[in-house]
Ligand binder design. Structure first.
Ligand code: GDP
Length: 309
């Protein structure tokens, strides 16, 4: 079965790992690159890399980012030498980013680089960035515009958000690889990632939402609200910042015109969202281990299949 999954680096990445268990190399993950950042002389692409680490089992599940058991030897030496210390990368993670930098400097597009790195590390699924062009999520606070990683790490996602913007988005296009995957998909799944800063940039790539809306395949999203609550990260804050309710109903409205169905967590205390043209189903969406990831993936694909004409 050909499946496309849209993902950030946590909820969507976990579901991607479950989907890979079910459909193997039939899965194509389209990952957000709005969080990309230049740091320590390398190009860091957190969400595609986190997807790759979840797909290959390299992820540090406890921490939720980076590579399990990896040392920070090179980073620590770089800091001793005077490098900025606000963005840490472990040794093998740094190797991924060094290789990405080398291939970008050689003139390659981000797409074959991301898919090549995932393949080299053993992912069965294909990992694609949302586009080849540079897009940078920025957050406006009372201190002015902050790059996303500065806001998240240096500011601890503390200051009130006045505006969110995706710099460079108007020059971005879905890559030929992403377009072909969407057109050929039998099911399209929007993972339970932050709708504003993880899925928002993907849908904002000019032409992407239209491709999804025109796809033959049903498009279903999984709500990132488990029992009505966010598991990790500032999803609530970003939902409020764009004027959406931090709830499954807010997710359904954020994806209006794109999704045919929404998976709501079985323990969500709110009534099912009542969004025109959006079917809903309920299941336990907490993916705390590999069997749970597979179970959520299977049930989500079953739901998507039930929505085909
Ligand atoms: P980031 O790229 O690291 O910011 O992460 P994402 O945007 O991909 O994911 C963040 C969202 O994942 C949060 O809103 C969490 O509530 C959600 N999330 C994390 N784990 C799970 C899970 O097991 N099930 C569901 N439904 N959502 C999850």
């Amino acid at each position: 079965m050909s499946v496309v999954a849209l993902a950030g680096g946590t909820g969507g990445a976990k579901l991607a790992a479950g989907l890979q268990e079910v459909v193997g190399d039939g899965l194509t993950v389209i990952a957000n690159t709005g969080d990309d950042v230049e740091a320590l002389g390398v190009h860091v692409s957190p969400d595609p890399d986190l997807c790759t680490y979840w797909l290959t089992g390299l992820i540090d599940e406890e921490r939720g980012w980076g590579i399990r058991g990896d040392a920070f030897t090179v980073f620590e030496r770089l800091v001793e030498l005077g490098a900025p210390d606000w963005f840490g990368l472990s040794d093998r993670d740094l190797a991924t980013c060094l290789e990405r930098r080398r291939r970008l400097d050689a003139g390659e597009r981000l797409t074959p680089i991301a898919s090549g790195l995932a393949f080299a590390l053993g992912a069965e699924a294909t990992v694609l960035p949302m586009c080849d062009e540079p897009v940078r999520t920025r957050v406006r606070t009372d201190a002015g515009w902050r790059e996303f990683q500065q806001y998240l790490i240096q500011d601890g996602a503390g200051p009130a958000i006045e505006e969110v913007d995706f710099a460079g988005i108007s020059d971005a296009r879905p890559s030929p690889e992403a377009e072909a995957a969407i057109e050929g998909a039998e099911a399209i799944v929007i993972g339970p990632s932050n709708p504003v800063i993880s899925i928002g940039p993907i849908l904002a790539v000019p032409g992407m939402s239209a491709l999804l809306a025109a796809a033959e395949a049903p498009v279903v999203a999984v709500s990132p609200f488990v029992a009505g609550e966010v598991i990790k990260g500032p999803t609530d804050k970003f939902m409020r910042a764009i004027g959406r309710e931090p709830s499954a109903a807010g997710v359904a409205s954020a994806y209006r015109g794109v999704i045919d169905g929404l998976v709501v967590d079985a323990a969500d205390p709110d009534p099912d969202p009542d969004e025109d043209g959006v079917a809903t189903t309920r299941l336990d969406t907490l993916m705390s281990d590999a069997p749970a990831r597979r179970r959520v993936a299977e049930a989500t694909l079953g739901f998507a299949t039930s929505l085909r004409d």
